[in-house]
Ligand binder design. Structure first.
Ligand code: THU
Length: 130
């Protein structure tokens, strides 16, 4: 457990996590950090595969790490890449994370650490649910 981090601190962790990316095919490193209700932070990075479709995104590895750690109370996820643009989650990651809460805040950072905030109201309106 960590004491609750600020948005800036969470973005900084996502930026650090880009260094763990395994991205030999795209060269596009992505890092992610999920802040949970109890203050715990789970980290992720993209993990690519020679069979490209087997690649998993940074947001997904962070979420899987959280679930494996027994925590599904996601509050905020920060995502950072090495690109110039703000790194917004792909469609699969939006659906993947929406499973856990409709209220997750997304902090989407660029390579300088500047970020914009989004919610599912903008990123995945009318989401599929069972
Ligand atoms: N990627 C992520 O990690 N998160 C996203 O939301 C978009 C894409 C990764 C997957 C792949 O390793 C690389 O970025 C290029 O698509």
């Amino acid at each position: 457990m960590e004491s609750k981090l600020s948005d800036k601190e969470l973005v900084a962790i996502a930026m650090e996590m880009r260094n763990r990316a395994f991205a030999p095919y795209s060269g596009f490193a992505v890092g992610a950090a999920i802040l949970c209700e109890d203050g715990t932070v789970y980290r992720g990075c993209n993990v690519e595969n020679a069979s490209f479709g087997a690649t998993i995104c940074a947001e997904q590895t962070a979420a899987v790490s959280a679930v494996a750690g027994g925590n599904v109370d996601f509050i905020t996820i920060a995502v950072a890449s090495t690109g110039d643009d703000y790194c917004v989650p792909c469609g699969i990651c939006r659906q993947f994370l929406r499973e856990f809460s409709a209220d997750i805040r997304f902090l989407c950072a660029n390579s300088k650490g500047e970020y914009v905030e989004y919610g599912f109201d903008e990123l995945l309106p009318n989401a599929f649910e069972l």
